[in-house]
Structure formats: structure tokens, C-alpha cells
Design a protein around this ligand. Structure first.
Ligand code: PA5
Length: 446
């Protein structure tokens, strides 16, 4: 199992930047209520906790079919509909496209140059397009989907729909309507699962299965983590303790930045997944820590100076990988000036650097905590996803906010609709016109 070490969050380790046991115990009653809410699934969006029990036969069957019938797999989606699949792919099949088929592309923006490049790299006659949108209407995803529908029509004529999978709400939304009309294959995203909590639905699992990842293993890991986080006793429940610590760090210690620092290139996309989860769930009521995605050791040569001697406004979560699998000896020749490296491995070096950085931060009075991950495989990835999802939910509930909505992203969306001329958004268009005038006449331009 992954273990959670929070020694360096405590004042015994980092002085006044740390918390003490009384601080944590002060949240006991609140956490008991949260525990009962979780057990009863008081909010329907807590359904993400039931995902580890799902049956994966349909997903695996569809993936087998894709693997045998296509050369390219193009995922269209944004936010939670893209970050989870990418995190899984990069962690468990790094550099996948260099030596595997079907080659997988994840298009999660509306940058025309990226789509042009992807289209130049794939053969549409051999490409399965998986369009993922929970709401079924996200403008970025639907725009690229419209482009792909046209392109697939050109490539396949009236058989185009056989090359499309729609992953969306089982009942509602524009994509669901189109899918039914055009007879696309579909995969459901449970109505109560929010995008950023959807990695363990077909959203993440289909891409993983297409890449040959053991998706049952992912769910088994998630299930075991859930068991480890199932008890009411906060001192024995890593998700409750972690949520409590993050809450206290923000509220009492003014740590407004949460740095996720995995010591593995393979977890870079996982860091980005975490950032969306943390930011969109917790940035509400003028509160919330800004998440920062980092990578050890690379960022020791980029960010560490700031963490050590900059403002003490951060809390760092290390992810330490206990076993990197294939290790590489550094050298065994006699080069005197580098003699200290003789007979050591890269695995030893990266772990030494993790430990040294952690200790340096402790000495600087910077709070940090650490997840010890035995190795990066499907099982432990499942544990990591579930752990951070639960911690995010618990932290949000401690703050008294709803971690499952995202009202703050609506305004930008609505203004975009106004600019693009969507019916019903004429007022938004007017606002934009006014804004453009203001900017045009601004004197603060050089
Ligand atoms: O977490 C969320 O709900 C969002 O980030 C969504 O994933 C994102 O906005 C995309 O939404 P949809 O899947 O409806 O296209």
C-alpha cells in the first residue's frame, strides 16, 4: 500500500509553520460529520467513491476492438475529460506512441495548429475518434468534434459513424442526441460524476485499455485505497488527516500554494491532473490554495530556491517512488573527481535527492508531507487517484464549500458564446462590445 507520512507538517519538525496535534484534533467533530456524509453519500457527486466496483467488461471489449481494427486513436475532450486519460497514459505507458499501435493522440485545446499537426500525422481511414464530454456541449470539444465528423465523412462516406465513440452522459446532452441519431458507439459517464473526478470512469479507462493497461488493476488499487480511508478515526485515515492538514495550512498558517512534487517524469501529467482537481474543486469564496505542478528532481534546478528562501506561503507534497524498476548503474570506471558516484545507480541518486531536498526544506522551516509509492503501476496509480480525489472532497467540505461545482468558469464560457453568436447570449455580446471600446480607448497603452 501507499503510505502517508506527515511528520514534516508538524510544528515539532518545522516550528511555527507547522501544526500541532491540538490543531488537528480541533477538527474532529467536523470530520465526524463529514465521515457520516461520505458514508451516506450525502451529495450525489460522491458517487465517484463507488466507481472502483464497476464492471469493466464493456470497456475492455471495446478497447480490444479498437486495438485490432485501427492504427490511430484520437481523443477529443478538455479538462477532466482529457487530463485523467493523459495522466494514466504517461504514467503507465511512457513514450507510448514511439513503439505502440494504435497511436494515441489527446487533443484538449482549440489551437488550430495542434489539430492541423495531428491530422497530418494520422490516417483518418484507420482512426477511431473518442469524443468525451460529460455535459455533451462543451464548445471546445464540440467544435473539434464537428471538424472530425466532416473529415471522417470525407474519409468513409456514410460509414463514418462506425469510427466514432461518444463518451458522455447516459441520457442527456447534445452529444447524446447526436450519438443516438447517428448510431455512434457510446460509453456512459455516470450522471453524478463530475469531470475532474471521472478518471476512473470510461473517460480514463478506455484510453488506458486501448494502450494495454490493466484497468482492473487500477480499480483494485482505488478500492484498496478506499478501504484504507474508510475508518472514522481521523488519526488512522490518511485522507482525513491529509484534508485536515491542508485545511489548517491554508486557514491557520496562510499557506496558499500547494506544490505537488512527484519524483518521476512519469507523473508529470498526473501533477497536471491534480492541479485541475484541486483548483476547480476548491477555488471558491475567495479561498483555496493555488496548486503548482512540479517534478523532482528537475524543479530543484528551477523552483527550489523560491521554496527555500522565498515567501513561506507553500506546502509541498512529495511523491517518493520506492522502486523505479529498471535501474541504471552510473559508472564503474575510475574517474577520481567523480569517485563518489562510483557503483551507485540513478535510482539511488533520485531517491537521495528527494530525501536531501525534503531535509533542506525542513531545515528552512517549510512544511511538507510525503506519499511513499512502492512503484508506478496500474494498481498504485488507482490508489493515487482515489487518494487525491478523496482528500480534495474532504478539504472542500472542511472549508464548507461544494467541491463538486465550478460556477467560476461559467462567466468566461457565456462571454465566449456571446462573441461566437450563440442564440440567447446577446447580452454577453453587448458586454464584449463595450469592453472592446474601453480597451481601444484606454490611455494605458504604449
Ligand atoms: O471538472 C469538470 O467538470 C470540468 O473541468 C470538465 O471536465 C470540463 O469543463 C469539460 O466538461 P465536459 O466533460 O462536460 O466537456
Amino acid at each position: 500500500m501507499i503510505t502517508f507520512d506527515f511528520t514534516n507538517m508538524m510544528s515539532e519538525a518545522v516550528g511555527r509553520n507547522g501544526v500541532n496535534t491540538d490543531d488537528i484534533n480541533s477538527l474532529k467533530e467536523q470530520l465526524e460529520i463529514i465521515h457520516s456524509d461520505i458514508v451516506k453519500r450525502r451529495l450525489p457527486e460522491m458517487y465517484f467513491l463507488d466507481l472502483p466496483n464497476q464492471d469493466t467488461d464493456d470497456i475492455n471489449a471495446m478497447a480490444d476492438n479498437i486495438r485490432s481494427s485501427s492504427k490511430y486513436f484520437l481523443l477529443l475532450g478538455i479538462g477532466g475529460s482529457a487530463l485523467g486519460p493523459r495522466a494514466l497514459l504517461d504514467a503507465l505507458k511512457p513514450f507510448y506512441n514511439l513503439n505502440h499501435s494504435p497511436k494515441i493522440f489527446i487533443y484538449d485545446n482549440v489551437d488550430p495548429s495542434t489539430l492541423t499537426t495531428i491530422l497530418s500525422l494520422i490516417d483518418l481511414k484507420k482512426t477511431v475518434v473518442n469524443v468525451i464530454t460529460k455535459s455533451g456541449s462543451t464548445v471546445e470539444t464540440m467544435s473539434s468534434f464537428l471538424i472530425l465528423i466532416n473529415a471522417l465523412k470525407k474519409a468513409h462516406g456514410k460509414n463514418f459513424s462506425k469510427w466514432i465513440i461518444a463518451t458522455t452522459d447516459p441520457e442527456k446532452g447534445i452529444l447524446r442526441e447526436i450519438a443516438e441519431k447517428e448510431n455512434f458507439k457510446t460509453l456512459p459517464i455516470h450522471p453524478h460524476v463530475v469531470g475532474r473526478f471521472s478518471v476512473l470512469t470510461p473517460v480514463g479507462l478506455l484510453t488506458a485499455a486501448v494502450a494495454g493497461i490493466n484497468i482492473k488493476g487500477i480499480l483494485k488499487g482505488a478500492k484498496d485505497m478506499l478501504m484504507k480511508c474508510a475508518g472514522e478515526n481521523l488519526w488512522k485515515n490518511p485522507a482525513y488527516i491529509c484534508g485536515a492538514l491542508m485545511y489548517l495550512m491554508e486557514e491557520k498558517k496562510k499557506k496558499n500554494i500547494s506544490v505537488l512534487l512527484p519524483y518521476s517524469d512519469r507523473l508529470k501529467a498526473f501533477s497536471e491532473w491534480y492541479c485541475q482537481l484541486w483548483a476547480e474543486s476548491l477555488g471558491k469564496n475567495n479561498k483555496g490554495q493555488t496548486p503548482y505542478p512540479s517534478i523532482g528532481v528537475t524543479d530543484q534546478h528551477s523552483q527550489l530556491q523560491m521554496w527555500m528562501e522565498g515567501p513561506k506561503d507553500k506546502v509541498i507534497t512529495f511523491i517518493d517512488i520506492l522502486d523505479y524498476g529498471d535501474d541504471i548503474a552510473i559508472y564503474d570506471e575510475d574517474i577520481k573527481s567523480l569517485g563518489y558516484l562510483k557503483n551507485h545507480t540513478l535510482g539511488e541518486l533520485i531517491r537521495a535527492e528527494q530525501e536531501a531536498t525534503e531535509l533542506a526544506l525542513v531545515k528552512a522551516g517549510m512544511p511538507s508531507m510525503r506519499l511513499n509509492v512502492p512503484k508506478i503501476d496500474a494498481y498504485y496509480m488507482g490508489q493515487l487517484f482515489l487518494f487525491f480525489e478523496l482528500v480534495t472532497a474532504v478539504t472542500g467540505m472542511l472549508h464548507g464549500i461544494n467541491p463538486f461545482n465550478q460556477p467560476g468558469v461559467e462567466e468566461g464560457k457565456n462571454l465566449t458564446y456571446g462573441i461566437m453568436g450563440r442564440k440567447g447570449y446577446e447580452d454577453k455580446k453587448k458586454e464584449v462590445v463595450e469592453y472592446r471600446k474601453k480597451i481601444k480607448n484606454s490611455k494605458y497603452k504604449i
